[in-house]
Design a protein around this ligand. Structure first.
Ligand code: ATP
Length: 296
């Protein structure tokens, strides 16, 4: 019997999650013989629900929530030998993976897209013992983003992150990092390092236009130096898709890497929008690890 699980984070989005969940259940009910709906109550629930679904060999898992909940769902199946098909209705603010996969940012539209889905492979990133589907960010900007007021985040979306980031850059601060990327070692001063999987990063859909969700690569973008004045020139390139070609940027597509911060500094990475491990970071890609169901 084909079974699907719908995992809903009722606190994501604009509080309409329960109403949306009913519609999704109805549509999936026509595609699977049985559909169960489970609501998360706290951090870790979505991971546990997804892991149980994999172990019970369900055919598909659908997640409704923000990037944090989608990350949890993927994390729950990433280590399992049998991995159900995976899809999601984005209810958060950034939703880079949804943007990259052609899933609508409007929940009602995303729900309608469930009528016609096709299968696609998805790379998953691993950072130390955690998984990521969007971006690992390190440096002055991510530190500031951790402090973004949640109300501001809901009102302004990705722009709030960007504005907070720009304020942080105003402090002219940077760290010295030691990179080993696919065997090549280099040391660089930087205010911001991004390790991403898709074209869309932080809600900017053309940040790494060459990145594909199934290219078997992680994409490293390092903003060199520490002076704000130098970085303002980069702003238009964030929108035009040319940032990775700029001389102030180091860009590499890679499969395995290590990043240390020099000095006795406690610096945490931001993993898919939430605070992650302190550096050093070990990174690798799990190529085409998950089958996602995406709009046709
Ligand atoms: N029932 C619940 N009530 C409150 N918080 C919850 C509940 N279930 C899960 N959570 C919390 O929600 C977090 C994930 O939120 P998520 O990132 O999916 O949504 P968001 O913050 O709206 O999205 P975004 O980060 O994209 O803006 C989990 O880490 C967990 O701590």
């Amino acid at each position: 019997m084909s079974q699907a699980l719908l995992i809903v984070n009722p606190s994501s989005g604009d509080e309409k999650a329960k109403e949306y969940a009913k519609k999704v259940e109805e549509i999936l009910g026509k595609q699977y013989e049985s559909v169960r709906v489970k609501y998360t109550e706290k951090a870790g629930d979505a991971t546990q629900f997804a892991r149980e679904a994999a172990r019970n060999r369900l055919e598909a898992i659908f997640v409704m929530g923000g990037d944090g909940t989608v990350n949890e769902g993927v994390s729950g199946i990433a280590e399992e030998a049998y991995r159900p098909d995976f899809s999601f209705i984005p209810l958060g603010t950034v939703n880079d993976l949804g943007r990259a996969l052609g899933i609508s940012m409007n929940p009602e539209e995303a729900i309608n897209q469930l009528h016609h889905l096709k299968k696609k492979k998805l790379d998953v990133g691993k950072v130390n013992d955690s998984y990521f589907i969007d971006v690992v960010a390190v440096g002055v900007i991510p530190e500031a983003v951790s402090n973004v007021d949640p109300a501001k985040k809901t009102r302004f979306g990705p722009l709030a992150y960007f504005l907070e980031g720009a304020k942080a850059v105003g402090e002219n601060k940077s760290y010295t990092f030691d990179f080993t990327i696919d065997g090549e070692r280099f040391i660089e001063k930087s205010m911001l390092i991004l390790i991403s999987l898709a074209n869309s990063v932080g809600g900017f859909e053309k940040l790494v236009p060459q990145a594909k969700v199934d290219d078997g690569k992680l994409h490293l973008t390092v903003v060199k130096g520490e002076k704000l004045a130098d970085k303002l020139k980069l702003l238009p390139k964030i929108f035009s898709g040319e940032i990775t070609k700029d001389e102030q940027i180091i860009y590499r597509a890679f499969e395995i890497g290590k990043i240390f911060v020099q000095g006795s500094i406690e610096l945490a990475a931001n993993v898919d929008g939430d605070e992650g491990d302190l550096l050093p970071l070990e990174l690798k890609v799990l190529p085409q690890h998950i089958t996602v169901l995406v709009p046709e």
